[in-house]
Design a protein around this ligand. Structure first.
Ligand code: FAD
Ligand code: MLT
Ligand code: ZN
Length: 510
């Protein structure tokens, strides 16, 4: 779990991004002293952090809002606003609309595509002060919460009612439900509970002109015309600011188990997935994959429980299987039977399997998988590609990328140290990570558009779950047709004609 993270002080320039931003500056105004004075009329002094104005904040205090989680993208916002109510958000946005000031909505700032920090002279509107649960109905399981609620705190809130959040991700200790909705976050429970397009029941959104769209319904069924909330799910803050979320929380499973399986070959992953689905059927709740490099890095950086040396010997990759069901004995029996069948098969698909025996071991096995992201960031600078490709090609994509870097002379300790894959096999989502000593134009040029072309040739998606942000605006066309992109631009133009809402994210600036 990501509890907190110290923000790197070392600002890393990404030349491609800055060239792009400079070439397409939006016609937006910078925040002035008068603007800050205006905000001070309705915001508490603690809700305004600004290096300009009568009581300037030291710029070092703005650093955590200007830098992204990876230390890859950074902004130069002079002003960060932290409103406490939807009405305050509305007043800020109305003023920015009138003054043509760009706004970057920001949640927990754990995004991995540079969407949550400014490109130009935008201000940051951070939702961290909006963190109240508005209501919870234990019968329907519908939770209504401020957008700034941290995902883990919502999990803790519904737990005594025997409910869980329909999503779970490694950033749960920092990311906010509004940020999750804005990115349409996937994570570790998507296999079981589906995407937020299904779980989110209603939204409250402040639109670019400052008006408040209240669709914070708790109705399961509402078929009255266009389902407008869907537009904001995954829009990455480019169409409005989500201030409230109504979400369906499932009943907590009575029993959860997990097992980590060591596989001699990647080729065994698909037959294993088939067998696991067949044998565990309704109790299967996660099927996650890490290759050997990812496993070794997680262990090196102290994430989760390492297996014994003899258990990992000869393993090319690992699969974490989780079950969630209604009866512990029944589920354990099914899982034990599965393990036995796997180990006694004529041609075993696995070398070994380690079953968690208690809640601490359960969490520790999960930490091996969830902790890969943290381990990667401790090891070096990560080029992260979260792609959807056919399951059978996962290893090939990683291998081809490694070979590409080798052929360019970039696979060594002073450039790219590791190329690896992990991810959500059950969802067809591979996380291809290239871990380098530093972000450099040579590495970027070696892997882009190479990776995007590879994904397109496999009819995949350049973003399975992290979104487009600032990172992939130029790559959107690999996964979306011209007609679709044109329609997206028309929607953006209709809803945000002044282009103030998270400019330069998702869609390239004109
Ligand atoms: P931020 O990073 O602050 O913002 C992300 C985007 O949403 C930005 O474009 C921002 O402008 C917009 N935004 C934020 N809040 C709002 C709002 N209230 N209204 C409108 N727009 C808003 N992602 C996954 O999908 N699956 C994973 O398994 C996963 N695991 C992760 C593990 C780790 C360790 C880390 C660091 C990240 C992981 N992520 C994962 C990525 C990230 O956590 C998610 O994208 C998350 O949903 C972002 O939430 P946030 O509150 O941090 O949003
Ligand atoms: C994950 O599945 O671990 C997350 O999406 C984060 C990552 O890609 O590193
Ligand atoms: Zn993921």
């Amino acid at each position: 779990m990501l509890a907190s993270r110290s923000v790197t002080r070392q600002l890393v320039r990404n030349p491609r991004r800055w060239n792009h931003a400079a070439a397409a500056s939006p016609p937006l105004n910078s925040v002035t002293e008068q603007d800050v004075a205006h905000f001070a009329k309705f915001l508490a002094p603690t809700s305004i952090l600004s290096t300009i104005g009568s009581t300037p904040t030291p710029s070092s205090e703005l650093s955590i809002y200007n830098n992204d989680w990876m230390g890859k993208y950074y902004g130069k916002a002079t002003t960060v606003l932290k409103p406490k109510t939807t009405e305050e958000v509305s007043k800020i946005v109305k003023h920015c609309w009138e003054r043509r000031i760009g706004i970057v909505p920001q949640g927990g700032n754990t995004g991995l595509v540079g969407g949550s920090v400014p490109i130009g002279n935008e201000l940051v509107l951070n939702l961290g002060n909006m963190s109240k649960v508005r209501s919870f109905d234990p019968v329907s399981g519908i939770l209504v919460a401020d957008a700034g609620c941290i995902l883990q705190s919502l999990t803790d809130y519904v737990a005594p009612h025997n409910h869980i959040m329909p999503l779970d991700l490694g950033a749960k200790g920092s990311c906010q439900i509004g940020g999750n909705v804005a990115t349409n976050a996937g994570g570790l429970r998507l296999l079981r509970y589906g995407s937020l397009h299904g779980s989110v029941i209603g939204l409250e959104v402040v639109l670019p002109d400052g008006s408040i769209m209240d669709q914070l319904t708790t109705l399961r069924k509402d078929n009255t015309g266009y389902d407008l909330k869907q537009l904001f799910i995954g829009a990455e803050g480019t169409l409005g600011i989500i201030t409230g979320v109504s979400i369906l929380t499932p009943s907590a499973p009575q029993a959860s188990n997990n097992v980590i399986l060591a596989l001699p070959h990647f080729d065994n992953v698909l037959p294993l997935f088939k067998q696991v689905k067949k044998e565990l059927s309704e109790i299967l709740s996660a099927f996650e994959f890490i290759d050997r490099t990812a496993y070794d890095l997680a262990v090196k950086h102290g994430q989760g429980r390492a297996l014994n040396d003899d258990e990992v010997e000869g393993a090319q990759c690992f699969v974490l299987v989780e079950t969630s069901g209604g009866k512990r004995e029944h589920d354990e029996e099914k899982l034990n039977d599965l393990l036995e069948n796997l180990l006694t098969a004529d041609e075993p698909l696995i070398n070994t399997g380690v079953l968690s025996q208690n809640p601490a071991q359960f969490s520790s096995l999960w930490a091996l998988r969830e902790g890969v992201t943290e381990a990667v960031s401790k090891e070096g600078k990560a080029y992260k590609y979260d792609i959807s490709v056919p399951l059978a090609t996962f290893k090939d994509v990683v291998d081809q990328t490694r070979e590409r870097l080798r052929s360019k002379g970039l696979l060594h300790d002073d450039a790219v140290m590791h190329v690896m894959g992990y991810g959500h096999v059950g969802d067809g989502n591979l996380h291809l990570n290239i871990v380098a000593k530093a972000y450099t134009p040579e590495i970027t040029d070696a892997i882009e558009p190479f990776i995007y072309e590879l994904v397109a040739s496999l009819k995949g998606s350049v973003s399975a779950e992290h979104g487009i942000g600032a990172m992939k605006t130029h790559a959107l066309h690999y996964s979306k047709s011209d007609v679709s992109i044109k329609l997206m631009k028309q929607i953006k133009q209709l809803m945000d004609p002044r282009g103030i809402m998270n400019p330069g994210k998702v869609l390239e600036m004109n």
